[in-house]
Design a protein around this ligand. Structure first.
Ligand code: UDP
Length: 237
């Protein structure tokens, strides 16, 4: 498909979104920029954009095959993904299989404890407020999504988990937790954003070595190498 890239619509922390000559299609450009803690920490992870673009494409293709609609249309280049234009629902959906990060802080459970069932959380996508955790009633209060949409989002997030978790396990990666964003394309809901080591916690199954953005957040070193290792396991050298 040939599309012409037009003006910048939005620049986020890790991606730039461009309009195209087709009103219902946009291009996501994946940068190497990294931020953490609501952009208080900033840096660069060399090669990250390429890895996140390629990994997201592969995960979206897999999910489409397994019945989860996504905004993915095509890979245009190393850093450019053609996507359906979505009206993004301002909810960050987190699915957790293993205790880590804010779940450990919130509950006092130790990082690494395996959840008997996946834990699903909603956060209000608001930089000004620092993405606070919200529940269904807050979603309704703020008018972020209808109850029907919330039910669909829940089902889809769990479906994504049930596809990705075993897929990654076969590649010796534990899918500890991840963040999803959904949006509306006309009357259809679909998965948007990206699926990458920026948005997933991925641990080596055996050693529990962290192979994701926590290496950057926690100044652990070996950040680029970790992203490359995830790429190698999921996409191949
Ligand atoms: N996450 C994300 N973007 C955010 C917040 C979280 O992609 O703005 C991902 C994060 O990479 C992890 C999961 O969501 O895979 C859960 O993050 P958590 O709530 O533990 O936040 P943290 O303690 O990392 O701030």
């Amino acid at each position: 498909m040939s599309v012409e890239i037009r003006g910048k619509l939005y620049e986020g922390k890790a991606k730039i979104v461009y309009a195209t000559d087709k009103p219902d299609l946009i291009v996501q450009y994946f940068k190497d920029d990294a931020t953490a803690f609501n952009a208080q920490k900033r840096g660069t992870i060399v090669g990250k954009g390429v890895i996140n673009n390629r990994m997201s494409a592969r995960m979206f293709e897999l999910l489409e095959r397994r019945g989860v609609p996504t905004h993915y249309v095509a890979t245009l280049s190393d850093r450019e993904m053609l996507c359906r234009r979505l009206d993004i629902i301002k909810i960050e959906v987190i699915v957790r299989n293993v205790v880590a990060g804010s779940l450990a802080k919130r509950t006092g459970l130790e990082e690494g404890v395996v959840n008997a069932q996946p834990v699903l959380e909603f956060y209000y996508k608001s930089d000004a407020l620092g993405d606070p955790m919200i529940n269904d009633e807050h979603v309704r209060l703020l008018g972020l999504a209808t109850p029907k949409e919330v039910a669909w989002i829940r089902r889809s997030a769990l479906r994504v988990n049930s596809v990705l978790r075993p897929h990654m396990a076969r590649r010796h990666l534990t899918l500890v937790d991840f963040k999803l964003e959904f949006g509306r394309a006309g009357r259809r809901l679909m998965l948007g954003d990206e699926i990458s080591p920026d948005t997933c916690r991925l641990w080596d199954v055996r050693t529990k070595e962290r192979l994701d953005k926590d290496r950057f957040r926690r100044d652990m070193g070996g950040v680029e190498e970790a992203y490359q290792e995830v790429y190698r396991r999921l996409i191949g050298a």
